[in-house]
Ligand binder design. Sequence first.
Ligand SMILES: [Zn+2]
Length: 79
Amino acid sequence: MPTIKTLSDLERSNVTIYGNCTGRHCGHGQALPIDELIMRFGADYVVINETRISAALRCQRCGHRGGMLTLSPPSTTKS
Ligand SMILES: [Zn+2]
């Protein structure tokens, strides 16, 4: 897998980016639409150690603001 640094890298590599709620007793995770992130932050936005996306996360379950990002590579086990 190529090195993932920016939003455009994620899109090109079919990596899914998840936002995980850091609210107490929640931990809800939701996949984030990469095209919307690119529109908002730009295709060259570096996602490694970024803080702006995670700070802007709003949990759909509990309404908590703020979370952690998780990158999930595409599954290669299925053919
Ligand atoms: Zn939550």
